[in-house]
Design a protein around this ligand. Structure first.
Ligand SMILES: [Zn+2]
Length: 270
């Protein structure tokens, strides 16, 4: 229940959407075309942040954009497949797809990082109909086991499939467990023509967590496991030439990570 409330809080404690906040940004990854669909800009309420030193936290959060994030998802056209990574909170995702001339009925796979409302909400329209009627929905075994009755997934019945840890879902897309934010939270490695990208779901919620990965927001099921995941992935993507895409990274929600004296720096794609 607590988790559910925290998510509801998260959703209601962000700024209302402005038309100019909702946008799409495209990036060519080898033969894949990756598009971030930004539903809206998000400024997380500062009461949701936690850090060992609360005075220091106050100071950090007073800096510009420290609590900045967004809410969005990713559309990937592999050339032969039209794939959506997460679905956002509502049918806004379908509108954004249409704005880039992709019909929601043409989506053939929806790959879910985790089942929080702001990631699976867009599976259904406000009347409860499937927004992606021709898609197979993929979710990790652990996430489905922890949320067997999720109504958004249940509405897709037999079309919900699970994947395991480090599983090649299709050529060029591999799952990696990143448990902590939720019990089955998963990130995905994309690779095409030798170029790599990591779609990392909710590893980071707000800008300040790049510099101070120890800061967490109240949305995590197990924030210590989530911290291990954040530290591990930040280090790995900073060591390699990997573009990262995150569902709550500020627009364009894709970029590279660099090691700094204190923590890391995120450089958005141009
Ligand atoms: Zn989220």
């Amino acid at each position: 229940m607590y988790k559910f409330l925290a998510v509801l809080f998260g959703v209601f404690m962000i700024m209302p959407a402005h038309a100019e906040d909702s946008k799409t940004h495209s990036y060519k990854l080898g033969a894949f075309e990756v598009t971030s669909l930004i539903n809206q800009k998000a400024e997380h309420d500062k009461s949701l942040f936690h850090y060992g030193d609360s005075e220091k936290l106050k100071e950090l959060l007073s800096e510009n954009d420290a609590n900045l994030g967004s809410m969005g998802e990713f559309y990937v056209d592999t050339g032969s497949r039209k794939i959506l990574f997460d679905t956002g909170l509502s049918s806004k995702t379908s509108e954004l797809l249409e704005s880039i001339n992709v019909q929601p009925k043409d989506i053939d796979m929806v790959i879910i990082t985790h089942t929080h409302g702001d990631h699976v909400g867009g599976l259904l329209d406000s009347a409860g109909r499937q927004n992606f009627p021709n898609a197979v929905i993929y979710v990790s075994e652990e996430e489905l086991a922890a949320n067997p009755d999720n109504p958004k997934l249940a509405a897709y019945g037999e079309k919900v499939k699970t994947f395991g840890r480090f599983e090649k879902i299709i050529e060029g897309i591999v799952s990696e467990p990143a448990f902590g934010h939720t019990l089955g939270h998963t990130v995905f490695w994309l690779e095409s023509e030798g170029r790599k990208m990591l779609i990392w779901g909710d590893v980071i919620h707000a800008q300040i967590q790049f510099m101070y990965p120890e800061i967490y927001l109240r949305y995590d099921t197990n924030h210590l496991d989530a911290l291990d995941v954040r530290n591990d992935l930040l280090k790995r993507v900073a060591d390699e030439d990997v573009v990262v895409g995150g569902m709550h990274l500020a627009a364009p929600a894709m970029g590279r990570v660099y090691k700094e004296d204190i923590g890391y720096r995120f450089e958005p794609i141009k």
